[in-house]
Every structure is written in structure tokens, then in C-alpha cells.
Write a protein that binds this ligand. Structure first.
Ligand code: CA
Length: 328
């Protein structure tokens, strides 16, 4: 970390102002480890037209980015989809600078699928686990989905695809010592025919903003949350609880062998905004503030960047990843 970042961090902690005041951001480009995107992505998935922004950073404290994501047409942090390597089917630039995707130009995964994964384990293990999740789940899911699938069939396909990634992570951690005990969280949103299927394992989250109201659509699988549910501790005690970051369910554990238990099915309304985020964001930015950011920005790419920048201003000590999706 440079002396300048140290000074900024010290100042932010001293004043607290950068975190307290929504909208006073450091320059997000200074901490970006992604190439600059020209703007949000636009894609048509069945009944829903979606605009998408994504931003992921190492942050100010970590050596590596153990977060990863999958966005159709962009691929992942480490393995861009064919589109990003210059194949012709992607990205017509539109008049307003946005990139438009053909509906069938979604690389290895099904259209309308979005993932965020937050890896854990020593050295490079966390990166490897999250990479397996964001590369394998889209590839496993695509052939399992049919045009006439009902909700139950789609839920089963999602469950099987996540379970396949779980098996692969466990297998690699057994074979390669450097990957032993690796794991990852996963959250996903699959948009199909006017609906969205939402699931998660671990403590990454999916939110929906509708009519100004923010709703958390996933459940955190950490021990502190489990203690709240059991009535052992109060919700306000959980925030700084020592079990807060201890996960009892994650990909890479035998307990996740069946894939996600709950897969929510929700109708998508025009104007709905969705956020997929790692705990580098949600660990330091409160839900109320997340809602304010999602409301404020009309462009999902700006929204994603601003949320990430705000998490860093709030002294997030983690990697930070945000995927923002606007339904039109
Ligand atoms: Ca994290």
C-alpha cells in the first residue's frame, strides 16, 4: 500500500466523513483493477430488457482479488467470454455509448445469468475456488435449461449446476495441496421469461430495489446469523460478533453437495433494480445506504462503481464486487 493510500485511510478513519456522507467518493478509477468499460451493458433476455454494470476491486488491504463474477458477454475477471477477446458477435456500440449484446451472444453460459463468488483459503486457493464457481456453473447450467422448462425444472437445473461446482472444488482441493480447504460463496440471479431465480450459498447477497424499498433476497449462512435465528443473540449483537465471518455453508464443503436449498422465484417488474455483492461491500455499507445508491443512479455501471468506491471509503478491508442489474 502506498503512503498516499495510508494517508487517505488514516484521514477517512479520523473524520469518518467519506463513509458517513453518501456521494463523497474517492476517484474509483484509482483503485480499479478492471479495464474501463465504456458504459453499462444492455441485453435482452426473453421478456426482460436488462442493463448491467459490474465492478470488482482488490481493495486497499488485500494482495489478491478472491472475488469473481460472471456476466454474459463479459465472462469473468480471469476468463473473459469470447466477446471480450474480440469475436464479432458482441458489442455493437449504441448512440449513448452503451454496449448492446445480441441475445444469443452469451459465451458459455445461458443468457440472463449473473453470478458473484467470494473465495476463501490460503494463498491462491480462494481465487481458484471462486474462479471454478463462476466458470463451471454457467457451463453446467446452459445445457440443463430447456425452452419449455417450468419453475421446478429451472430450480432443479440451478441446484444441479451449483452442486457440480461444489464437487469440482472439493475434488481439486483433495488433489492439489495448494488448494486444500479452499471454498467460495456464490450468489446468482437467473432471468428467464419475465422471472428471476435467485439463490445463494455463503454470505454474499442479492438485493432488489422495488418502488424505493430494498429487500435482501438471500440468506447469510454465517454462524452469527444462525445464532440470531436460534434466539441466542440479538440482531444488534451480531454486527461485531466473532462468528460473523464464519460460514457454516459454502461451496467446497460436503454440506453444499445438494446445491442451494432455497431458490426464490420472483416476477420481474420494469424499474426493478438488483444488486449482487460480496461482503466487502455489505460488511461495511448498511442496507439503507445501499438503497440510496441504487435509487440515485440511472446508469448501473455508475451505480456499481459508486458502491465499490463507497465501500473503500468506508475502509472495507476486503475485495469488493458489485453487479448491478436494471430491468426495463
Ligand atoms: Ca469477502
Amino acid at each position: 500500500m502506498s503512503w498516499w493510500k495510508n494517508l487517505q485511510t488514516f484521514w477517512h478513519r479520523l473524520t469518518g466523513s467519506a463513509c458517513a456522507e453518501v456521494g463523497k467518493f474517492p476517484d474509483p478509477n484509482k483503485t480499479a483493477d478492471l479495464p474501463e468499460l465504456p458504459g453499462s451493458l444492455v441485453m435482452q433476455t426473453g421478456a426482460s430488457r436488462l442493463r448491467v454494470g459490474v465492478h470488482s476491486v482488490v481493495g486497499n488491504y488485500r494482495e489478491h482479488n478472491e472475488d469473481n463474477y460472471y456476466v454474459p458477454g463479459l465472462g469473468t475477471l480471469t476468463s473473459p467470454a469470447p466477446a471480450a477477446q474480440g469475436q464479432s458477435w458482441l458489442a455493437k456500440s449504441t448512440d449513448n455509448g452503451q454496449r448492446e449484446l445480441e441475445s444469443d451472444s452469451t459465451g458459455n453460459g445461458p443468457e440472463g445469468l449473473f453470478l458473484v463468488a467470494d473465495g476463501m483459503g490460503g494463498q491462491l486457493a480462494g481465487e481458484q475456488a471462486s474462479r471454478i464457481a463462476v466458470e463451471l456453473i454457467p457451463r453446467e447450467l446452459r445445457p440443463r435449461l430447456g425452452a419449455e422448462d417450468d419453475d421446478r425444472a429451472i430450480q432443479a437445473a440451478v441446484r444441479q449446476s451449483v452442486a457440480a461446482a461444489n464437487r469440482e472444488i472439493i475434488a481439486q482441493s483433495h488433489v492439489m495441496p495448494e488448494y486444500s480447504n479452499m471454498g467460495t460463496t456464490i450468489v446468482l440471479a437467473l432471468f428467464r421469461r419475465g422471472r428471476v431465480y435467485v439463490a445463494g450459498i455463503g454470505d454474499s447477497r442479492v438485493y432488489r430495489l422495488r418502488d424505493g424499498q430494498l429487500e435482501k433476497l438471500t440468506r447469510d449462512h454465517d454462524l452469527a446469523t444462525a445464532l440470531i435465528d436460534a434466539g441466542t443473540i440479538r440482531a444488534d449483537e451480531a454486527e461485531h460478533h466473532r462468528f460473523r465471518n464464519v460460514l457454516y455453508l459454502y461451496l467446497g464443503s460436503p454440506d453444499a453437495r445438494e446445491g442451494p436449498e432455497d431458490i426464490r422465484v420472483l416476477d420481474v417488474h420494469p424499474g426493478d433494480k438488483f444488486l449482487l455483492a460480496s461482503d466487502g461491500l455489505t460488511g461495511v455499507v448498511k442496507d439503507q445506504t445501499i438503497a440510496e445508491f441504487l435509487k440515485r443512479y440511472d446508469d448501473p455501471q455508475e451505480s456499481a462503481r459508486a458502491l465499490v468506491a463507497h465501500a473503500l471509503a468506508c475502509d472495507s478491508r476486503d475485495n469488493v464486487t458489485c453487479v448491478v442489474i436494471h430491468a426495463e
